[in-house]
Design a protein around this ligand. Structure first.
Ligand SMILES: *[C@@H]1O[C@H](CO)[C@@H](O)[C@H](O)[C@H]1NC(C)=O
Length: 189
């Protein structure tokens, strides 16, 4: 067992040695390494963002699609076992003609036998402004029939490296005939 661990560590070390030869772009290993080296001089700060996620189930290009379910899913009162993938537009206002500033990309599963609730794991990928190319990784329990839910920011990339925080999510609009919805996200990290 000890030998196996040692082998694992050796592989890790050589992988790091290979990876640190990159240079140039901010996501390249040397740049990331320099960023880490400067961390002790960085000040911790709190960032607050507010935006709206548009969930589109209807029409020819839904942004939220079911990919799998159990044979018992549709007899389950909580849709237990249904798995879906999303690529929802992130907008500045809860309106389909407002500016798109990013995408919410990832997946969720109906993960409760007793309440209608999702386990979600997805990235908020920003595509405009100062945060273009940066992302926040979100995980959490989403009992989405409740007006207010809370997800976790578990990490980030680019401008959001080492992000850790909370997302307050609430439903702004929901069309019960199509399932289309707008959610307000208040992110503090
Ligand atoms: C965001 O970054 C990508 C890749 O660098 C670039 O192609 C795109 O034009 C940028 N978008 C905006 C709105 O700045």
């Amino acid at each position: 067992m000890a030998g196996k661990n040692y082998f694992f560590i050796l592989i890790l070390v050589s992988a790091v040695a290979i990876l640190t030869h990159g240079h140039g772009l901010t996501a390249e290993p040397n740049s990331i390494k320099n960023w880490f080296n400067n961390l002790p001089h960085a000040k911790q700060k709190i960032t607050e963002l507010q935006f709206y996620v548009q969930d589109i189930l209807s029409g020819p290009t839904p942004s939220n699609v079911q990919v799998a379910r159990a044979s018992s899913t549709f007899t389950s009162p909580t849709l237990f076992g249904l798995v879906a993938v999303l690529d929802d537009p992130v907008r500045t206002r809860p309106s389909p003609d407002s500016e798109i500033i990013g995408r919410a990309q990832g997946l969720f599963a109906f993960a409760s036998l007793e309440e209608t609730s999702l386990h979600m794991t997805f990235d908020l990928v920003f595509t405009s402004g100062d945060y273009n190319g940066s992302s926040l990784s979100i995980v959490g329990h989403n009992p989405y029939l409740n007006q207010n839910r809370e997800l976790s920011v578990v990490g980030g990339s680019g401008a959001f490296r080492f992000a850790r925080g909370v997302v307050g999510v609430n439903t702004v609009s929901f069309d019960s005939s199509t399932g289309d919805a707008f959610f307000q996200y208040n992110v503090t990290f």
